[in-house]
Structure formats: structure tokens, C-alpha cells
Write a protein that binds this ligand. Structure first.
Ligand SMILES: NC(=O)c1ccc[n+]([C@@H]2O[C@H](COP(=O)([O-])OP(=O)(O)OC[C@H]3O[C@@H](n4cnc5c(N)ncnc54)[C@H](OP(=O)(O)O)[C@@H]3O)[C@@H](O)[C@H]2O)c1
Length: 226
């Protein structure tokens, strides 16, 4: 019933630190539809971008707002008040953008987002998980050798890159099932996880980056399991 498609987005990677990134897209066939009329209706559907404070996530929000004039975008990030890029978009697209706090390592924030989206919109048509970590100064460094691998780095990378997106999907799943493709040009709801080429085992020719690679490989497997 569900299939996994893998798309490469070469153009977006040219100027970035890794030459190619991989987005996994999982279409969800709608199994039922909302009968309630109390929700805010958006002809172009409701999209959610998770990890939207900056980088690729912020760009997804921008392009969804610019290219789908009848759609609404829910942008989530850890610290909405500090997300200046999102505030700029909010100034331009006031009614069509909402910003919610969500940290993928704090499950209650995911549950709060579900509650807010369910109460306001009743469903979701698109979920893009873009959050991810490769390096955090003083906390997490891409390991160049096995001797530099630390348990804390492995666990943190797995928590944010692998567990986080899957938990978001788990909690948003009922809303995606309700939304399906309604209001969009698709007949299915879509979930996209931002993975990375370096998460590929078959393509691993250089080694290194143990925590990041392994966590993205885990994300790939978990996406496939959906
Ligand atoms: N850039 C590349 O060349 C490249 C290549 C391959 C794959 N990717 C993948 O593509 C995705 C986006 O990359 P990017 O370059 O846009 O990254 P980025 O600029 O470093 O942004 C990462 C985003 O993840 C968010 N984030 C980090 N920890 C989080 C948490 N616990 N909960 C929620 N959000 C969290 C950050 O929010 P804060 O602002 O709160 O920190 C930020 O919005 C990542 O998954 C990355 O692994 C990127």
C-alpha cells in the first residue's frame, strides 16, 4: 500500500558541505476523510516543515509559501522566537504561515504540535522532516577515525537524526491519514525525511563521520519500514 521513492536533489547540494543529499518520500494513501467543518480550510492543503529555523528547512517553507498560494504551512523549530528567517516569512505571509515550537528530542513538544494542528486544521497533507545534526561545536564533531568515536556523540546523533523524525511521523500519522491528498494535486499525503548520501552503506567509499553516517543509515531503514 505504501511505497518508498528516493529522489536526489543535486542542484540544492552544489554549494553545501556534502555534495548530494537524499530525500526519502513516503506517500500515504488517505484511508478516511474529515467530516468536521470547524477546521480552518485551506484549498491548497496544510504542509508541515519540521526543523524550519534555517537552512534547507527554512527554504522549504519559503518555497511552499511562494509556490502554493492557497496552502498553509506549519513551520516547527526548537526556538521560534530566535528564528529570524521564519519571522521574515511571517511578516510577508501572515495568514498562511504558523510557527510552532518542536524539539525532536522532547516528545511532549511533538505531541503539543499535533494537538495544535489537529485543533486548527484537522489534518495534514505533507510532512517534511528536515532537522538533523552533523556537528555541534564542543559537543559533536564528525569523527575522522574510530578512536574519536564517543558514546555520547553516537547517542545524540541517533536521537536527533534517526529517532526524532520517526517519532514526529508516528505522532503526525493520524493527521496525515485524514488529510491524504485533499486540497493538493496528489491523491496521497506525503512524508519526506531529509537523509544524506553519506548514510548509504553501498556508497560509503571514504569512511569516517561514524555517528552521522550511522544515524542517517538508521533513518533510511526506519523510513523504509514505514
Ligand atoms: N547541508 C548539506 O549539505 C546536507 C547534506 C546532506 C544531508 N543534509 C541533511 O539535510 C537536513 C538539513 O540540513 P541543513 O544543511 O539545512 O542543516 P542546518 O542548516 O544545520 O539546520 C539544521 C536544522 O535542524 C534543526 N535541529 C537541530 N536539532 C534539532 C532538534 N533536536 N529538534 C528540532 N530541530 C533540530 C536546527 O534547528 P536549530 O536552529 O534550533 O538548531 C536547524 O533548523 C539535515 O537533516 C541534514 O543532515 C544536509
Amino acid at each position: 500500500m505504501m511505497q518508498l521513492m528516493v529522489e536526489t536533489h543535486r542542484a540544492a547540494f552544489m554549494a553545501r558541505r556534502v555534495p548530494l543529499r537524499v530525500m526519502q518520500i513516503i506517500p500515504l494513501r488517505a484511508s478516511f476523510s474529515s467530516s468536521s467543518s470547524s477546521f480552518m480550510k485551506w484549498e491548497g492543503g496544510v504542509s508541515m516543515v519540521q526543523g524550519a529555523s534555517r537552512g534547507i528547512g527554512l527554504e522549504f517553507v519559503k518555497q511552499l509559501l511562494e509556490n502554493n498560494e492557497k496552502g498553509h504551512v506549519v513551520a516547527t523549530c526548537r526556538n521560534p522566537s530566535g528564528a529570524t528567517g521564519l519571522h521574515d516569512l511571517k511578516n510577508k505571509f501572515a495568514e498562511r504561515l504558523s510557527i510552532l515550537p518542536l524539539d525532536v528530542t522532547v516528545e511532549s513538544t511533538i505531541e503539543e504540535s499535533v494537538k495544535s494542528i489537529r485543533e486548527k486544521y484537522g489534518s495534514l497533507n505533507l510532512l517534511i522532516n528536515t532537522s538533523g545534526i552533523l556537528s555541534i561545536p564542543g559537543v559533536l564533531q564528525p569523527e575522522t577515525t574510530l578512536t574519536k568515536v564517543q558514546k555520547s556523540s553516537l547517542m545524540l546523533a541517533f536521537e536527533v537524526n534517526a529517532a526524532g523524525p520517526i517519532l514526529v511521523i508516528k505522532h503526525m500519522w493520524p493527521l496525515l491519514k485524514i488529510g491524504g491528498g485533499s486540497g493538493t494535486e496528489r491523491d496521497v499525503a506525503v512524508v519526506a525525511n531529509l537523509s544524506a548520501r553519506v548514510g548509504s552503506i553501498g556508497d560509503n567509499r571514504l569512511g569516517g563521520w561514524h555517528s552521522y553516517r550511522a544515524s542517517k543509515s538508521a533513518l533510511n531503514q526506519r523510513s523504509f519500514l514505514l
